[in-house]
Design a protein around this ligand. Structure first.
Ligand code: MRU
Length: 340
């Protein structure tokens, strides 16, 4: 496979490496990924994360295993194990389906070119949706975003953060309110790191401060990513997205979801059919990262920890995809079912 390089994944001279997102923003450590076990563990620990990027990571790994001589049936079984690493992000399943089709039709020697194409396609998709989104947003807008949807979550500039990056490049100088995003702090740790790198003016807030900002008229638009968009426009994203959408609706703040077509699941009829990953209690009982491990609750405190929630289509102002920007009317006409 040829050399490929993005902000948080790289394939250089036959070695696949992942930037350990668990250690950001304080330490930039690259981890070598040599097996499906390595990749699955990194996905589960969110050392590699973001719907598009886990799909790309799993594809590169499969191609790497093929280049090392792994035979056809073993590649199929490793793909099945990778597929189960995170249940909500459909990009993982979509990319692995593309890889398995190439394997069945052309053999294991076709996997390198397929993984390269998926990587390069993701960069282009980011660019297209970023440009589509940037056309909707006025100069000097105050944008609120949730979780991390940037170059750490994709092979390119990102989805919601891709739009912010594009606005900044076009001189439209956005100001970004960054939700810290409990429990794993992807906003406070990762999006803040990305805003600083992009030179975007930003303010970090706790998740429960978003409503007062909206009530004070300080938010012009909300941009979020997605892990899976159902055929009817309902979508899953990092837990907390739904409460932002409810608040946006109440305060009449435009609320956009930004995603590539690889996040759309036309076979999923609505949000109720999207599988939601449940995660461990310790993530809510405390926090862990480059700053160490802290448990602030009683150690046996009972916990509910869904990693994602579903926002119903009726709360969405627009779906910003690489193929265009879709309205409630477009979605009702079934545009998402025709994307593939
Ligand atoms: O659990 P994470 O950090 O992988 O969740 C990420 C998100 O929810 C993103 O919004 C989504 O994957 C889209 S990223 C381009």
């Amino acid at each position: 496979m040829k050399n490929l390089e993005a902000t948080s994944i790289r394939y250089l001279n036959g070695t696949l490496e992942v930037l350990d997102q668990h250690q950001l923003p304080h330490q930039e450590i690259w981890l070598t990924c040599d097996s499906a076990d390595d990749m699955i563990a990194m996905i589960k620990r969110l050392q590699i994360r973001g719907a598009p990027l886990i799909g790309i990571g799993a594809s590169l790994l499969l191609a790497h295993l093929a280049e090392q001589g792994m035979e056809h049936t073993r590649l199929q079984s490793e793909a099945a194990r990778l597929r189960a690493a995170r249940p909500t992000a459909v990009n993982l399943m979509n990319n692995l389906d593309t890889m398995l089709t190439a394997l069945d039709q052309h053999g294991s020697q076709a996997l390198a070119a397929t993984a390269e194409a998926l990587f390069e396609e993701d960069v282009k998709l980011c660019d297209q949706m970023s440009r589509n989104g940037a056309e909707l947003i006025q100069p000097n807008s105050r944008i609120l975003t949730h979780c991390n949807t940037g170059s750490l979550a994709t092979a390119g500039a990102g989805t919601a953060i891709g739009v912010i990056d594009q606005l900044q490049r076009q001189g439209k100088t956005p100001h970004v309110f960054v939700d810290e995003t409990r429990p794993l702090l992807q906003g406070g740790r990762l999006t803040a790191w990305e805003m600083k790198r992009l030179g975007v003016d930003y303010t970090l807030i706790c998740d429960n401060m978003a409503a007062i900002l909206m009530a004070q008229g300080k938010v012009d638009a909300i941009l979020v990513g997605s892990d899976r968009i159902a055929a009817n426009g309902d979508f899953a994203n990092k837990v907390g997205t739904y409460s932002l959408a409810v608040n946006a609706h109440y305060h009449e703040v435009p609320f956009y979801v930004v995603a590539p077509y690889t996040t759309v699941d036309p076979e999923c009829p609505n949000g109720a059919a999207i599988p939601i990953e449940q995660r461990g209690a310790q993530e809510v009982q405390g926090v862990s990262g480059s700053f160490g491990d802290v448990c602030w609750s009683p150690e046996d405190a009972p916990v509910y920890n869904p990693a994602f929630d579903v926002t119903p289509a009726k709360l969405v102002t627009g779906w910003i995809l690489d193929t265009g920007v879709y309205t409630q009317e477009d979605i009702a006409e079934g545009v998402l079912s025709q994307l593939k």
